[in-house]
Design a protein. Sequence first.
Length: 332
Amino acid sequence: MAAVAASGGLSLFSAETANAVVPTSQHFVFGGDGDNPVWRKTLHQPYWAMQSFAYDHVYGHIYFVQTKVGSTNGDLWMTRTDLSGNVLGAMAIHKFDHGSSMGIEPDEYGSPYVWLAGDWESPNADGSDPNSHRIARFKYSDGGDLDYFDHPGQYLREFSIGISDFVDCPRPAIDPYTNRLLLRYMGTTSPWRIALFDLAAVLSSGISDDTPILAKRALPTNTQLGIADSAAFQGITSYGQYAYLSYGAPPSDADPDPDSYLVRLDMNKSGGSYEEKFATTAGASLPGREPQGMAIWRSSSGPRLAFGFSSKISGSPAEFEASVFYKSQLTG
């Protein structure tokens, strides 16, 4: 779908679209202005690949999640950096999942609340490999070591997912402008779905059909998006009315330079619809380039749609670097 022309100086919300559950808002221009504040940075564990990231906009920190390639135990490293990707601290967390999406809720300096999928050891009913079934909220701590299944209750709060069409694999993200929690999950009525909640309602009442759901819809399949099956989901976030997703595959012998995509969809619509798909060349020069993570950066100069890439450096074992780009132009 064609991109919409940009216009400057607009506020987040505009009064349009009657009867919409999520108020109408502007959207980011994928081909518009942007920058690359984090370039080829080594995170705390150089042999583990970055999977996602999110911002503490109050204190100016980025929190990255890293996983060991090939690992299936749900163990992750979290790395705290400044806004240029320089490492400030790290924390080990165990049995939390793959870490492909996360949310940050600012609190104290260097210690926000982290929202991340957990419950990695719970078996699936069909006997398949374990995956995540709940969302965890816990405090980040430099030098910390937290096990999902072995922790004092005051350090971690679990959120069971009581949505009627939920199966497993929840992926959280937080819009820092509206304080809404977006959840991507495997559903019963379509392969992948999203649901949007006010964060305050989740903290008060949990995640269920009884908690007011601002929006719920199916995500388009790769076929509906017109992209290869190998272009895996790599991140999700939301800003106002729109959800943003990242797709792409790591390089391979068969395809040494696979395409990476940014996708925008309207949370007030349904089915396999989407508003825009954009093949991004950001980070095209990176070795072993693979898209990883998306987040809304509430910066001092305005909202930014940030999206990341992990780059694999040759070696034995392989080392990884992290890069982050953003788009800042809004329209609508």
